[in-house]
Write a protein that binds this ligand. Structure first.
Ligand code: AMP
Ligand code: ZN
Length: 495
């Protein structure tokens, strides 16, 4: 029997502001849509955090036995600078600056995105549709919205009529904004815009002559508005109403609010039963963001090649660090935090590693394994509370060490139970990568090896054996490992 039949999963629904019991539309099946990246530059760790939260959610739903169709799109057209309706397309701008075709930009950063996610052990989504691959579907949605009276055309562009929509629907219900407040808080139109009201948003934009990414439509040669692709693609692959829609918190408004409006205007139904928003990753107390430059890329963290952290961290450490806080909390990325996660993770993996070396007794003593297993599920069933799950995994690790030390015991049936449960949650649900022949990643081992060499070099220096200390530094550099002497000692980076 599928696990989900015995489990009561609760999900925090951003639309209602409550934790609700999860009931999919079709029993046994889950449709989940997550807004993917705009592929105009390398993903940063903030982006990664949001996608990792949903990777864990996808993994747990699958573990419960649901057949999950997980759709995560690639935004490769229509996303303008400042997330606005005027200005240059982010991808076109990059193409202009680098003097390459926009689709070369798209290809470069899509490949980068996939490589990073692969390194970090993500499961691929079931479908990964692109905006440019669904222009026809988007045009069809616009036609329906116009026919239903909620959009208007001006000079070849089409805008969603937010004021008209709000007469019969509730614009702002997800982000808890009222149209009156939005009117107060927005500047009046500057006469340049074709919009009736500043709150209206573009469904179709007529392309300027120099705009390369353009498609024919009934209104003009142009391109779709940014919010439209997600409406067209989510309903195409998941149905008019589907179970879960996710994305980063910053997408709640206007992006997701506009998705709801588009769906209701086109189909007459609210698209999503459970809206889920992942919270932001910060760096030094400030949101990681491409626009402010306060970012660190996954590769910089993996190689240690950055000026923010003291060393390199492995993919498993990054995953574990992120899972140690709830997807709904703000998380600050710090060197100390990563170091603590690395230590904790090694402790946990060591405990799993000695499971098959433990002495088996006739009776178990010192730990209620069935109750512990239940608590692991309770944690994940409580809106995917991974930090509580990890605390439970540490409780089990403590018990395992007690068995090793002879202060607790375990029988063979319980050993199998604890072993299966640990493996399930650590590898299948949290998505850590199984290491062959040891507890540590190769990158951890590399780090430890370099630390030994750094120590030997310090000893050589203390003995005034500068020939040897220079030899260690130079030979490491020759194989791409650079030592950096600072006031807190020597650190290293790899390239
Ligand atoms: P973008 O490529 O800018 O459209 O962003 C892709 C995803 O990353 C969106 O779901 C954003 O909400 C998310 N995101 C952007 N910055 C951060 C951050 N600092 N922390 C967490 N998620 C973020
Ligand atoms: Zn979206």
């Amino acid at each position: 029997m599928e696990l989900y039949k015995n489990q009561e999963l609760k999900i925090y629904n951003s639309l209602t502001g409550k934790k609700e019991i999860f009931k999919p539309i079709n029993e046994g099946y889950v449709g989940m849509y997550v807004c993917g990246p705009t592929v105009y530059s390398n993903v940063h760790l903030g982006n990664v955090r949001t996608f990792m939260s949903f990777d864990m959610i996808f993994r747990y739903l699958k573990h419960l036995g649901y057949k999950v169709r997980y759709v995560r799109n690639i935004t490769d057209a229509g996303h303008l600078e400042n997330d606005a309706d005027e200005g240059e397309d982010k991808i076109t701008k990059k193409a202009r600056l680098e003097q390459i075709d926009p689709m070369e930009v798209v290809q470069t950063y899509t490949v980068d995105f996939h490589n990073i996610l692969d390194t970090l052990n993500f499961l691929p989504p079931s479908i990964e549709p692109t905006a440019t691959g669904h222009i026809i579907e988007q045009i069809e949605v616009i036609k329906t919205i116009i026919d239903n009276g909620f959009a208007y055309e001006v000079n070849g562009s089409v805008y969603f009529d937010v004021h008209k929509f709000n007469e019969t629907h509730e614009y702002g219900k997800l982000s808890k904004r009222k149209l009156e407040d939005l009117i107060h808080n927005t500047r009046a139109l500057d006469g340049q815009s074709d919009k009736k009201n500043p709150q209206d948003f573009a469904l179709w934009k007529k392309a300027d002559p120099q705009h390369i990414m353009r498609w024919p439509s009934p209104w003009s040669d142009g391109f779709p508005g940014w919010h439209l692709e997600c409406t067209a693609m989510s309903t195409k692959y998941l149905g008019e109403t589907f179970d879960i829609h996710g994305g980063g918190m910053d997408l709640k408004f206007p992006h997701h609010e506009c998705e709801i409006a588009q769906n209701e205007a086109a189909i007459g139904k609210s698209p999503v039963n459970y809206w889920m928003h992942a919270n932001m990753l910060e760096l030094n107390g400030q949101r990681m963001s491409k626009s402010t430059g306060n970012t660190i890329n996954p590769n910089e963290l993996l190689s240690g090649n950055n000026d923010k952290m003291s060393k390199a961290y492995s993919p498993n450490v990054i995953r574990f660090f992120m899972a140690q806080s709830s997807y709904r909390s703000v998380l600050d990325l710090t060197d100390d935090g990563l170091k603590a996660s690395e230590k904790g993770l090694n402790k946990l993996l060591e405990a799993i590693n000695i499971l098959d070396k433990l002495n088996i007794s006739n009776e178990s003593n010192g730990f209620d394994i069935s109750l512990w297993k239940e608590k692991c599920y309770d944690a994940m069933n409580d809106d995917f509370n991974s930090p509580i799950l990890i605390a439970e995994l540490f409780n089990a690790a403590k018990y395992i060490n007690q068995i090793k030390d002879g202060t607790a015991s375990i029988n063979s049936k319980d050993l199998e139970l604890i072993s299966n449960t640990m493996n399930t949650f650590v590898y299948d649900v949290l998505g850590l990568k199984k290491q062959q022949g040891g507890t540590q990643d190769n990158s951890d081992k590399l780090g430890d090896t370099v630390e030994i060499l750094i120590k030997l070099r310090a000893e050589a220096r203390a003995n005034k054996d500068f020939a040897l200390s220079d030899q260690i530094r130079d030979e490491l550099l020759a194989i791409g490992i650079q030592l950096k002497d600072g006031k807190d000692g020597t650190t290293f980076s790899t390239n």
